[in-house]
Design a protein. Structure first.
Length: 126
């Protein structure tokens, strides 16, 4: 994970990938909120059929599975992001997770999990 300016200036393939830039930006915000100089407290979850971008472990709190996605408008993208988040929630034994997008806000309840879909700009100023 590096600064978005460096990412864009050194690699042409990333310049059009808004989702990757958003994910990179939000990683650093998660690190500022939940990390420290000894441990990031942020992990990646993957298994054969799904993945979750981040699992954050706040000091003294429950794990927070987090998916980062530019938009959930495409049904296939929405299904993939939710599937990964639900698997991560089951793995962490938690019933709340976040999907952070560029602009969308919503609240979903699926398979006993409360999913907060949050616009990145709103989440960053909370």
């Amino acid at each position: 994970w590096i600064d978005n300016g460096l990412l864009n200036s050194n690699t042409m393939k990333y310049s059009g990938n808004k989702g990757m830039l958003l994910e990179n930006c939000l990683f650093w915000e998660l690190y500022r909120r939940y990390g420290n100089i000894y441990n990031t407290n942020i992990y990646y979850y993957t298994e054969v059929s799904s993945e979750c971008d981040f699992i954050v472990y706040p000091e003294g709190g429950q794990a927070i599975p987090v998916q980062i996605c530019w938009s959930l408008e495409n049904p296939e993208t929405k299904q993939r992001e939710i599937k990964g988040l639900l698997k991560a929630c089951a793995y962490c034994k938690v019933d709340n997770g976040w999907i952070i997008t560029a602009e969308e806000d919503d609240e979903l309840a699926l398979e006993g999990v409360n999913i907060s879909v949050k616009a990145a700009w709103k989440w960053m100023i909370e």
